[in-house]
Design a protein around this ligand. Structure first.
Ligand SMILES: Cc1cc2nc3c(=O)[nH]c(=O)nc-3n(C[C@H](O)[C@H](O)[C@H](O)COP(=O)(O)O)c2cc1C
Length: 196
């Protein structure tokens, strides 16, 4: 059981990273092999809409995204983590998702599996927002769910924490940290389902 976490916050060791670390601890406690990729540490371009992938089924841009494609294919569980920035996911995570256009092309144009080998993969979304404004997570959820749908990953749930702003503020929310740990356990056990 491989759990791949992709962390999209530009602020390393911030609230998203801390929450994600708990989730991964929970998954590891149930025997999962866990890996976190911090997009801030990678160098990759945005999608340039060159359409090469429509013919080739892969992205021609040779940069750190190539490692991500391999990791997505190996994973059984994919956790995307991002704070809310201007009501959506962060720019690095959006850029990573846009580079998955080649996986869209595989599925919808070339009619081949987006991720190979084929597996029953599950996906999870973790996010924090500085405000407590209603519906603040909706745009992020729409993007993340679209990616999971395109790459044939079953949506297993989400953990969304509002009102967490300064660096480390999540540490004042032990219940959220505990929920993250428990979600990690459930994801590793294969018992995580949408809705809890
Ligand atoms: C560029 C930027 C834009 C932000 N936009 C929003 C926003 O639209 N809504 C909101 O509730 N919080 C917003 N925030 C606050 C962050 O969501 C909040 O500080 C969060 O805890 C950061 O998580 P991190 O420590 O994992 O980076 C924004 C923060 C930044 C830096």
């Amino acid at each position: 059981m491989k759990v791949l976490a992709i962390a999209g916050s530009p602020r390393r060791q911030g609230n998203t990273d801390l929450l994600l670390a708990e989730l991964l601890k929970g998954a590891a406690s149930k025997g999962a092999e866990v890996e976190a990729v911090f997009l801030q540490n990678l160098k990759f371009s945005t999608c340039v809409h060159c359409d090469s992938c429509l013919k080739e089924g892969k992205c021609r841009i040779q940069d750190d995204m190539q490692k991500i494609y391999d990791k997505l294919a190996e994973a059984d569980v994919i956790v995307l983590a991002s704070p809310v920035q201007f009501a959506g996911i962060t720019a690095p995570l959006k850029a990573m998702i846009d580079r998955c256009q080649c996986l869209w092309a595989r599925k919808y144009v070339l009619k081949i599996p987006p991720l190979s080998p084929m597996k029953n993969r599950r996906g999870f979304f973790l996010s924090v927002s500085g405000t407590r404004l209603k519906n603040m997570f909706e745009p992020s959820l729409a993007v993340v769910k679209t990616l999971f749908h395109v790459i044939n990953v079953d949506y297993a749930g989400e953990l969304l924490v509002s009102g967490v702003d300064e660096k480390g503020a999540i540490l004042k929310h032990p219940e959220a940290l505990q929920q993250a740990f428990q979600w990690g356990q459930k994801l590793a056990e294969g018992t995580a389902r949408q809705g809890g």
